[in-house]
Design a protein around this ligand. Structure first.
Ligand SMILES: [Ca+2]
Length: 191
């Protein structure tokens, strides 16, 4: 009798655990149902290849990176592989970006897209291998033209960081995307 009582007690305990576990599984399934599709962080920029023959909105912003005052070289051919030329890429090592948006796929191109095709890190706390800390900060400044950047005029500090859009909109009606010739400067420096 004693043995049977122990077995019954053990069986009851197991049933309790099964109920708890199945409850947890239900919550997990429900959670996936609610949140699963929303956490798709696959960079869309890597799904699109461009060719010069497609009908394309083609314009040229600039990006410059300074680490402790030194300009970082951005390689020629960033965003260009044998298999794919991504909608944001370089053809020279001078910070000139080529944005080519197929009219069949009107992407919104961000600074993050460039770092994605480059395979490098950038956000408000990190630029390349450098992290913001108590002594260092990351400042992003946007200039309306390359000439402004060279002259140090009309720069606006932005807190958009990687979310900054190189706009393809032509709000001023000159026939060129307004993001053309704009400059993003990312600086990592001592506070
Ligand atoms: Ca324009």
């Amino acid at each position: 009798m004693v043995g049977a009582d122990v077995a019954a007690a053990a069986g009851g305990g197991m049933m309790k655990w099964l109920l708890i576990l199945s409850g947890a599984a239900l919550i997990a399934v429900a959670g996936y149902g609610i949140y699963g599709p929303e956490v798709d962080t696959t960079p869309k920029i890597l799904d699109v290849c461009v060719t010069h023959s497609d009908s394309i909105n083609h314009y040229h912003p600039w990006i410059f990176i300074k680490i402790n005052g030194e300009i970082v070289n951005i390689p020629e051919g960033t965003g260009v592989t044998e298999e794919c030329m991504y909608p944001i890429h370089t053809h020279s090592p001078d910070g000139k970006l080529h944005i080519e948006i197929p009219s069949s796929n009107p992407l919104k191109i961000t600074v993050e897209d460039f770092f994605t095709v480059w395979g490098s890190e950038f956000n408000e706390n990190q630029i390349l291998d450098y992290s913001a800390d108590e002594n260092h900060e990351i400042i992003m400044t946007v200039y309306p033209t390359k000439e402004d950047y060279v002259n140090g005029t009309n720069g606006v500090v932005s807190t958009d960081y990687e979310k900054h859009v190189f706009t393809s909109v032509d709000a001023d009606g000159d026939g060129i995307a307004d993001g053309d010739d704009t400059v993003v400067l990312i600086e990592y420096k001592e506070k």
